[in-house]
Design a protein around this ligand. Sequence first.
Ligand SMILES: [Fe+2]
Length: 379
Amino acid sequence: MNRFPPVSPFPRTPRLSGDDPEAKRREIRAYFHATFDRYERLFEVLTCDEAYFRKPISLRHPLIFYLGHTATFFINKLLLARLVQERLNPRFESMFAVGVDEMSWDDLSETNYDWPAVAEVRAYRDRVRAVVGQLIDTLPLTSHSQGSPKNDLTPSGGRSGLGADLGAQYSLPIGWEHPWWPIVMGIEHERIHLETSSVLIRQHDLKYVRPHPDWVPCRLSGPAPGNELVPIPAGAVRLGKEHDDAYYGWDNEYGRHEADIPAFLAARHLVSNGEFLEFVADGGYATDAWWDEEGRAWRDYARADHPTFWLRDGDRWKLRLMLEEVAMAWDWPVIPRVPCSTSLAMSGSGPRPHLPLRRLPGAPLYDDFTTPPSTSATT
Ligand SMILES: [Fe+2]
């Protein structure tokens, strides 16, 4: 008997616009609960409490942090927006607020955290779900909506927990100044961590994970397809999201960056594990010329000589998936842990010595937004 209830289709990110506020409310309500549910189902793959407290990799917090983190993110953002007035759990909302910068491997603090029990964090998540759910149920989507918002789930008991100045005029679509923006932000943040937490779980010892019907891997694999380099002509590239875009975006997606890009070659397909094997077998990891300074520092720290999820099995390779090890899927895209400039130079069939290392056109923007810690989009 399947002990898991059937999984409903995972809703896509809603459009920010709409003509019917109540229909938008229903859409975002379903989007929130489906996302919150799916994230909690990810942690159901863990076999025991120890799996939450043992770090999968030294550069990141243990998984208990990530279970709490996405919930505290909601409360911390809603407090900033004054949509709730009081903290649910000041200790959790500090402890689970900030993750580890993976690029700071050389100065990682070994601080011992006094993590709470798994059951405590799950209970906290239930409270956050109730607060956010009630906000979604009651907060007007337009300033001329009927009814007054209320939130009686904060520690203030029956008093209104809402502190936002909702006197300002607002309407759909939901934009940066709209009171629903931090709600959508919290849901999108949870979706980001679906990916990051699943990658950490993929690096956990196999004894800490088990198969789960919601997380069944693709079983299709075959020989790696032929690939080729396609010439891309020189041209101007414009990056950036417009402020009236139909979908939610993080702060570093907005603005505008234009660059003139000289002609270059790009692989027609994603680089497969099979293609990348040429690079590995050719000693690509040990060849400094293929690595920029940052990449070399990571490579040396990690003592990497092959992709993270490749496993040696005698003279063969296996592939670690999130919950199991399988025979190498040579036609699947490789997931190398290398800086983008290096991967760009290697795209195609193995290394291309005649290609200059070239950063992607968005690299200056990326640097701008990753050097200082972001206050509004910390992931
Ligand atoms: Fe985060």
